[in-house]
Design a protein around this ligand. Structure first.
Ligand code: PNS
Length: 158
C-alpha cells in the first residue's frame, strides 16, 4: 500500500491546500493529512477546529485521513507508515526552505522521500497568512477558502 503524508499548519485550509490534497490523493492508496500541533506560529484555529475544517472539505475524497502530530514530521511519517511526504511549491521563494527541510528529513530517515507538486497557477499567490490578513480587515475571502468556512474565519476577528 502506497501511503503519503501531506503535512502543514492549515490555519486555515485554503483552496491551494485543497488542490494539493485532491491531486496527491489520486497518486497514492492513502493520503494522511497531518496538522502540526505544536507550532511556534501561534495559530488562529485550534487543532480540533482545523481537523474539523479539513474533514468537512475533504468528504468527497475516499482515501484520505485527517490527523495531527507533535514533534518531528519525519518521525510521524514513519509512525503512520508513509513512504512519501508531499509538499507544494508555489514559487522560488518556497524552494530554499523546502529544500532544506526535505534534505534534513532525508538525512534523518532515507526511507522516506519528499515529493513536490507545483501548485496550480490560480493559487500560486495564496497562503493561509494572506487569508488571515484579508479577513482581519473584513475583506472578501471567497476567492481563497470554501464558502462554508468563511463565517468561521471572520468570527475569529469579530
Ligand atoms: O504549512 P506549513 O506551516 O508550511 O507546514 C510546515 C510543516 C508543518 C510541514 C513543518 O514546519 C514541519 O514539518 N514541522 C514539524 C517539525 C519538523 O519536522 N521540522 C523539519 C525538520 S527541521
Amino acid at each position: 500500500m502506497k501511503r503519503a503524508i501531506y503535512p502543514g499548519s492549515f490555519d486555515p485550509v485554503t483552496f491551494g491546500h485543497i488542490d494539493m490534497i485532491e491531486r496527491s490523493a489520486k497518486m497514492v492508496d492513502e493520503l494522511v493529512v497531518a496538522i502540526l500541533i505544536n507550532s511556534a506560529k501561534n495559530p488562529l484555529f485550534s487543532v480540533e477546529e482545523r481537523v474539523s475544517m479539513l474533514e468537512e472539505i475533504s468528504g468527497h475524497i475516499p482515501n484520505i485521513r485527517i490527523t495531527s502530530f507533535n514533534g518531528l514530521l519525519i518521525d510521524y511519517a514513519r509512525e503512520v507508515d508513509a513512504s512519501v511526504i508531499v509538499r507544494g511549491l508555489r514559487a522560488v521563494t518556497d524552494f530554499e526552505y523546502e529544500l532544506q527541510i526535505a534534505q534534513t528529513n532525508r538525512i534523518i530517515n532515507s526511507q522516506i522521500d519528499t515529493v513536490f507538486l507545483t501548485t496550480s497557477l490560480e493559487y500560486a499567490y495564496l497562503s493561509s497568512t494572506i487569508v488571515k490578513e484579508v479577513a482581519s480587515y473584513g475583506g472578501d475571502i471567497s476567492h481563497f477558502v470554501p464558502e462554508r468556512l468563511i463565517d468561521r474565519i471572520y468570527a475569529k476577528y469579530s
